[in-house]
Design a protein. Structure first.
Length: 292
């Protein structure tokens, strides 16, 4: 898992760090939180199913009146399912940063004090494996990890310095990698529960419905697991699609790929990467002595 310099993942990339954090941070004693801003959501009729008496379908107004928009600031801990959120009419850095700092301050205050010497803490509970080097300046013990989208406001030095000075490690998603932020997953659930099939009239209604949905979620939160059952189902489905088709087969460092052959032979097997064994086009791996 950690084969690169400084104990970092072998790929050395942002995705590898985030996936390692999802798998190992909580076990190392580091609470992991994800932050994201969802929206904007308009105060107009929302798509989705709604309960109506039989024979009396829901009717929408013909006027297109926009009642303003709302965004949802979300802080999510996958291990416990806990959500901290706030509805706002806009989310510039002047709004997001103070809210996030206040939420993180509450989280830090609830954590037990670190009494173990830095060298005695688990490897992943230190700064170096995540940063790739020892801190240049003295830093407090590492506490939570924050998964955050790689936006200019999120990487501003005043905000990053505030995090470091309090033992919070930000891990930024790579370009086109916002799917690595699990806050987006819980946001889709919350917004669908709050707004699907409804017609909010004002921004205040939007904010109130979102807040009520978050409160209901936190009464019985659902933990999220990275590479959990859904991932396993996708892997099994992918294996079933490839099984028996000779699409790919690895044997003795060879990659055999199904491809059409000349004449009436139909599909054959061609080598695209070879180790010590060889096989001709149209010859199966077993015929070449490369089978298991």
């Amino acid at each position: 898992m950690r084969g690169g310099a400084g104990g970092r993942p072998r790929d050395g990339g942002k995705q590898g760090l985030i996936e390692q954090a999802y798998r190992c941070a909580e076990a190392a004693g580091l609470p992991l939180w994800c932050q994201d801003e969802a929206g904007p959501y308009q105060a107009i009729p929302q798509p989705g199913a709604a309960w109506c008496p039989a024979g009396y379908p829901r009717r929408l107004p013909h006027e297109y009146v926009r009642g303003g928009t709302v965004k949802l600031l979300t802080l999510f801990r996958p291990a416990s399912g806990e959500v901290r959120a706030k509805g706002v009419t806009s989310a510039p850095n002047a709004v997001l940063h103070p809210w996030l700092q206040g939420a993180l301050a509450q989280i830090l205050a609830a954590l037990p004090a670190v009494t173990t010497h830095e060298r005695e803490r688990p490897a992943l509970a230190r700064w170096a494996p995540w940063r790739g080097h020892e801190p240049v300046e003295p830093l407090p013990p590492l506490r939570p990890i924050l998964i955050w989208d790689n936006l200019a406001g999120h990487t501003s030095w005043p905000m990053v310095r505030w995090l470091f000075q309090r033992g919070v490690l930000p891990l930024y998603t790579p370009l086109r990698g916002s799917w690595l932020n699990m806050a987006e997953s819980v946001q889709r659930i919350l917004v669908a529960r709050a707004l699907a099939g409804q017609h909010p009239q004002t921004q205040a209604e939007l904010i109130g419905w979102l807040a009520a949905t978050v409160a209901g979620w936190n009464q019985a939160p659902t933990p999220f697991v990275w590479a959990g059952k859904r991932h396993e189902r996708r892997v099994r489905a992918r294996q079933r699609r490839l099984g028996g088709s000779a699409a790919t087969a690895y044997s003795h460092h060879q990659l055999f790929v199904a491809c059409p052959t000349s004449g009436s032979a139909g599909m054959g097997v061609a080598i695209v990467a070879s180790g010590c064994d060889t096989a001709a086009v149209g010859e199966s791996p077993d015929a070449a002595g490369g089978g298991p």
